[in-house]
Design a binder for this molecule. Structure first.
Ligand SMILES: CC(C)(COP(=O)(O)OP(=O)(O)OC[C@H]1O[C@@H](n2cnc3c(N)ncnc32)[C@H](O)[C@@H]1OP(=O)(O)O)[C@@H](O)C(=O)NCCC(=O)NCCS
Length: 168
């Protein structure tokens, strides 16, 4: 198993994670958006299969959030203007590979890349929108904290300072 950027010829067709929008994104938009620099997409593939079969994927972009959203998790005085964060827009594991630790492995990879990015450009933390109670449990186990009002999807945040301290 290998984690790498999505590439031409990857087999995304059989990917089914239970959330149709995430399946459709991988099948139709992931590579085009990756190549265009709109959202970088990383895949976990079994390279012994030809073509390489995708078991899991995630996307990374940047976005901004209102300081009030994350203020309780950041020390010191904050600007009043929106804060930059690394954003995990899509995150999924295919049904047949769930509960084997692949999601955890993929998240550690995403957090490592986020730390590297934050060494070069300002980003106060990693942000995502959790789609379900199950995924909120999964993300909370990895250090993400629900922010804002309880809502669905639930915004969650992991401060970069925490990530630097404890590691991905
Ligand atoms: C959420 C998801 C990414 C987890 O991937 P995974 O590879 O199954 O996760 P892991 O095996 O690394 O799980 C690690 C731990 O997270 C928690 N966890 C994972 N899936 C869970 C679930 N469905 N319900 C409750 N807790 C869960 C458990 O504590 C688990 O440890 P355990 O298996 O020893 O009990 C995967 O279920 C998925 O793709 N779901 C559908 C798409 C989705 O909801 N994506 C998130 C969009 S925001």
């Amino acid at each position: 198993m290998l984690i790498r950027p999505i590439a031409a010829g990857d087999d995304e067709g059989g990917f089914t994670c239970g959330v149709p929008t995430l399946d459709r994104y991988l099948a139709k938009h992931a590579r085009g958006n990756h190549d265009a620099g709109i959202a970088r997409c990383y895949v976990l593939v079994d390279e012994t299969a030809v073509p390489a079969r995708v078991s899991s994927y995630y996307t990374l972009t940047t976005r901004t959030v209102a300081p009030t959203m994350v203020a309780s998790l950041l020390p010191g005085r904050l600007p009043t203007y929106p804060l930059s964060v690394i954003y995990i827009g899509m995150f999924a594991v295919t049904n047949t590979e769930k509960r084997r630790g692949l999601g955890t492995t993929m998240m550690r990879d995403a957090l490592e890349r986020s730390l590297m990015a934050a060494d070069q450009v300002g980003a106060t933390g990693v942000f995502l929108d959790s789609l379900s109670d199950d995924s909120t449990t999964f993300y909370a186990r990895l250090g993400f904290v629900p922010v804002g009002e309880p809502m669905s999807p639930q915004p969650m945040f992991l401060p970069m300072a925490t990530l630097r301290q404890v590691g991905p």
